[in-house]
Design a protein around this ligand. Structure first.
Ligand SMILES: [Zn+2]
Length: 342
């Protein structure tokens, strides 16, 4: 439980640190500092991922989680002074309707605003409910007195500025974590907890272990590079999909047997399932119908590695997400068990 609490504390901090794909340096600087405090030298790759090797040994394994998230970018300043945006990552626009945002300009200034549909007033627009939710029919309204394109440009806001979504991070007394970006900061917190357990001498992996925090997963090429050349195996630690006929829920560790990229390695998946059973964990084996992972990026880049995917179940993924501390604990325990087999 000690390491579960540590993981949750890290998840809360990471979720509050903005890091849409392409603007991840605040999150990676935080990771490097936390790892340095645990005595691990963490390297930053050219494209911004963070790698730390926790122990040496044979049969090198990389555990990968991504710290980049969904977000948006200013596409254009409209004639009314409001902003048209383009999405970073894949999501339905209705998932950010009425969300508060921060616009981060190239000169380093930050302005707040809110995402609305065009014409949101129910007392004026009778079709507001059925209006299309897409970037043509939605806009960011700034919390600044701007009435024209020129007014907004004068603030220094322009196309290409990053837009951070308010994560609305909450941990309820009943153990529910409700926040944007649990995908995949829940897993990043879990990897930090493993690093702490190794540092404390409570976890002694039987093989070389590195942890990799990638920064372009949401746009498809997170773990295509940035890990040691001797890597024999990579496991993506990423959220478990919840819904329809899938058996993952917010309390379990989800073991993915197949996603959009095809089946995961038979032996790795089989071992994970066996260990979940032996350790009496709450787990599920599932097929994710619309899902790609970091390890898929590594495979498509041509790396010859064994591969797996596990993670805590996350409800309402790519929206206002939710999981429970039990899912974090089950994922942590399964990874600890996996790292101690010979
Ligand atoms: Zn993810």
């Amino acid at each position: 439980m000690e390491y579960t609490n540590y993981a949750i504390d890290q998840i809360l901090k990471l979720c509050k640190t903005p890091s849409p794909s392409g603007y991840t340096h605040r999150a990676t600087a935080y990771l490097q500092k936390e790892l340095a405090d645990l005595g691990f030298e963490a390297q930053l790759s050219r494209k911004g991922s963070v790698l730390a090797t926790l122990c040496e040994g044979a049969n090198p394994l990389v555990l990968a989680a991504h710290v980049d998230t969904l977000g948006a970018m200013v596409r254009a300043v409209k004639s009314n002074g409001r902003l048209r945006f383009t999405k970073i990552g894949t999501y339905w626009e209705n998932n950010i309707e009425n969300e508060n945002v921060i616009i981060h300009t190239r000169s380093g200034k930050e302005y707040t605003g809110t995402v609305y549909i065009n014409g949101p007033a129910a007392h004026v627009y009778k079709d507001a409910g059925s209006s299309k939710r897409d970037d043509e029919h939605m806009e960011i309204v700034l919390d600044e007195i701007v009435k024209s394109k020129e007014d907004t440009l004068k603030l220094g806001i322009a196309a290409g500025d990053f837009v951070f979504l308010d994560p609305r991070t909450i941990l309820t007394p009943s153990g529910f974590l409700k926040t944007r970006h649990l995908d995949d900061k829940a897993s990043a917190g879990i990897l930090l907890a493993l690093a702490k357990a190794v540092h404390d001498g409570k976890l002694k992996p039987t093989r070389k272990l590195s942890i990799l925090f990638t920064t372009y997963e949401e746009v498809g090429h997170g773990a295509a590079s940035g890990f040691p050349a001797d890597t024999a195996e990579m496991i993506s630690v990423d959220m478990g999909a919840v819904g329809d006929d899938l058996s993952t829920d917010e309390y379990r560790v989800s073991i993915c047997a197949k996603d959009s990229g095809g089946p995961y390695d038979w032996e790795v998946t089989d071992t994970l399932i066996r260990l979940a059973q032996e350790h009496d964990l709450q787990y599920a084996v599932d097929i994710y119908p619309y899902y790609g992972s970091d390890v898929e990026g590594a495979l498509r880049a041509g790396h010859d590695i064994k591969h797996g995917l596990i993670g805590p179940g996350v409800f309402a993924s790519h929206g206002y997400e939710r999981t429970h501390t039990q899912a974090i604990e089950n994922t942590l325990k399964l990874l600890e068990a996996y790292l101690q087999i010979s």
